[in-house]
Design a protein around this ligand. Structure first.
Ligand code: ZN
Ligand code: ZN
Length: 345
């Protein structure tokens, strides 16, 4: 039993190091796993994170809200904090995403944040770290969730683009992570035309560029001539695809890229013509595989569908429990909506 990591209403608290991981409210000392708005919240005193995550936080919330004292720590660099040794290991979720590896009193705990195991050209791959306690997300923790190969989904999109050369493919995607991954996957598939971006996606794409992720030629959808985008691919936050904003596009095919697109009703409810099942989270098999890979005898589960995972782990002899921390959601649609407000209609 790891007794020195404590779930509190404010978030997961590391007692011997006196800090919180991805706290839900402002705290004196926070370690942040990645830049999505449900994990990286404003107004902490001190913030420790990867350089990429710190840059993303400063960009999204403004320097003055992104933590008074900011300390950047690259992957795999051990750091002593109080009575704990901490290091950050890649989580494969978005640029800069990290698992927090903690060692104290001969025990090792790993807090994964959000993660996926499928290769992503825009971030370092997930690294399984052997540990006593593994804290896992459970966004897609039901046996029905099995994500297809993202290259197949990109192939479906490109096939549709060729099929309807007079229409514009409008793809809804989260501003941080998904948008950049989509562009990178399109480039890997040989698509070298400009990819058009809604204004809310541009700053983060530019930030990825500064960290060496080449996304090829990107165009600004806002202000572009209508006909320039005909036959092309436009990326926009999910909140914008059914919006007034989309009406500027010539005969759009509405697409949405999300792990949730496996659920037909969700696609239908959002008016999505071409759902693309591309997820930045581990699916059911990957969650179980990852818990196995860590060798952890104890697993704590956050983010939603805990019960099925806890049951499956229990059958494997792993002690599993739900953390029931309230406030972690499906990525950051709220953040995207807020960002989209800055975009002229
Ligand atoms: Zn999350
Ligand atoms: Zn996330």
């Amino acid at each position: 039993m790891v007794a020195w990591l404590v779930p509190k209403p404010e978030g997961l608290y590391c007692a011997p190091g006196d800090f919180y991981i991805d706290p839900l409210v402002p705290v004196p000392r926070a370690v942040i796993t990645h830049g999505h708005a449900d994990h990286a919240r404003p107004h902490h005193e001190a913030v420790l994170a990867t350089p990429e995550t710190l840059a993303i936080m400063a960009l999204r919330m403004g320097e003055d809200r992104a933590g008074r004292a900011r300390q950047s720590l690259g992957y795999d660099t051990p750091l002593r904090l109080g009575d704990v040794t901490l290091r950050l290991a890649p989580a494969g979720h978005v640029l800069g995403s990290a698992q927090v590896v903690l060692e104290h009193a001969g025990q090792r705990a790993v807090v994964s944040g959000d993660y996926k195991r499928v290769p992503d050209p825009t971030c370092a791959p997930f690294e399984p770290v052997p540990c006593d306690l593994f804290v896992t997300e459970a966004t897609f923790a039901l046996p029905v969730f099995r994500h297809p190969d993202p290259r197949r989904e990109i192939g479906r999109l490109l096939h549709d683009v060729r099929l309807f050369p007079d229409r514009t493919h409008l793809v809804g995607c989260y501003a941080l992570g998904k948008a950049q991954r989509l562009v990178a996957l399109l480039r890997q598939a040989g698509y070298d035309a400009p990819v058009w971006l809604h204004g809310a996606l541009r700053p983060i794409c530019a930030l990825y560029g500064r960290f060496g992720i080449d996304l090829g030629v990107l165009g600004a959808a806002t202000g572009a001539a209508r006909d320039a985008m005909r036959g092309g691919i436009v990326l926009a936050p999910p909140s914008a695809i059914a919006d007034r904003w989309a009406r500027r596009l010539p005969d759009p095919v509405v697409c949405l890229a999300s792990g949730w697109m496996q659920v037909r009703q969700r696609a239908k409810a959002r008016g999505v013509e071409l759902p693309l099942v591309i997820s930045d989270h581990a699916d059911w098999d990957a969650l179980l595989q990852t818990c196995d890979d860590t060798g952890a005898r104890e697993v704590w589960v956050t983010h939603g569908r805990e019960d099925a995972l806890i049951h499956a782990l229990g059958r494997r002899g792993v002690r599993a429990r739900a953390l029931r921390l309230v406030g972690y959601g499906e990525e950051d649609e709220a953040g995207d909506a807020a960002a989209a407000e800055g975009e002229p209609a």
